[in-house]
Design a protein around this ligand. Structure first.
Ligand SMILES: [Mg+2]
Length: 320
């Protein structure tokens, strides 16, 4: 990638994202200048997507742009934070203008939808890698952390976990499905929805929260370890989509929901006094109760222990 090409790349990103009054100096100087709101903490997260590891070389460029920002916004959602700014570090093997245009459109569309401004970036040459850093705001006392779950709290998950993992399996030819169902599942992998609105609504309700990136079972294990508790989940309560049930009849659908990653749904706990308010939340991100926090460490589904972070020891569902 030659120097002139970097100027070309700059063209695609100069106007990407929302305009914000709290960014007096954005992209183009040595550093951005921003004005954080007084009385709130900054919530900051970074996530990197590498071609061949986190996305496939022939994934639609607009979905790669969308996903790179969405997975970061999902981390802010899981903190109950309101997103404001982001930085983009882009490593490119080649400068492909139509590819860059679509990538920027996918990322910019999501940024504008959530009022998030791009405040800085860097480009370099190498294997295609997209690294995004997001910054948001949350009053410190209201931040949704992983370490607040207590025995007796209810466990909830938003959306329909397992769809994205099934979409990826379809994309890789490990599963086949009728076209209609395949499109829906594939879209959940390519175009994840950061549950920002839900995260804000959970302030003051949830006792602990994490977003599902590595799989519901494994991420619940992380939340439980942070809180010093355990979890009992009921497979019959897992909110499985019709598309997933049609693709994988019987218990294999539940296994995908427990082990699959890339859902970017919110997995959280709430004390009994907050359950009615949590259960009144509706829409596509409506939380469903899947179990209960207990004192005994470990995560169990239908009484069977999930082993390890990935939940891959959960074999009685027989997912291949
Ligand atoms: Mg996360």
């Amino acid at each position: 990638v030659a120097l002139g090409e970097f100027q070309l790349i700059d063209r695609f990103f100069r106007d990407l994202g929302a305009r914000r009054d709290d960014v007096p100096l954005g992209v183009g100087d040595d550093a951005a200048l921003v004005r954080p709101p007084s009385g709130q903490s900054l919530a900051i997260a970074v996530d990197t997507l590498v071609e061949g590891v986190h996305f496939l070389p022939d994934d639609p460029p607009d979905s790669i742009g969308h996903r790179a920002l969405a997975v970061n916004l999902s981390d802010l959602a899981a903190m109950g934070a309101e997103p404001a700014w982001f930085l983009l570090a882009l490593t490119l093997a080649t400068v492909d203008e139509p590819w860059l245009q679509r990538f920027a459109a996918g990322m910019g569309g999501l940024a504008k939808a959530h009022g998030v401004a791009l405040i800085g970036g860097d480009t370099t040459s190498g294997r295609l890698t997209v690294s995004v850093t997001v910054v948001g705001f949350v009053p410190q006392a209201l931040a949704l952390r992983r370490d607040g779950a207590r025995p007796g709290d209810a466990i909830y998950v938003s959306g329909t976990p397992g769809d994205a993992a099934a979409g990826l399996a379809l994309r890789q030819g490990r599963l086949t499905a009728p076209p209609a169902g395949a499109d829906r599942l594939l879209a959940r992998f390519l175009w994840p929805t950061p549950r920002l609105e839900l995260g804000l609504r959970l302030r003051g309700l949830a006792s602990a929260c994490i977003d599902v990136s590595d799989g519901l079972g494994g991420d619940l294990g992380k939340l439980c370890r942070a809180s010093g508790v355990g979890a009992e989940i009921d497979s019959a309560r897992l909110p499985l989509s019709d598309a997933l049930r049609e693709l994988l009849p019987g218990p294999r659908a539940a296994a995908f929901a427990l082990r699959g990653g890339d859902d970017y749904e919110l997995l959280f706990t709430a004390p009994p006094a907050a359950c009615a308010a949590v259960e009144s939340i509706d829409g596509a991100a409506a939380p469903r109760r899947i179990g209960t926090i207990v004192a005994t460490p470990g995560v169990r589904c239908d009484g069977v222990a999930l082993q390890g972070d990935s939940g891959h020891g959960f074999d009685h569902f027989g997912a291949g």
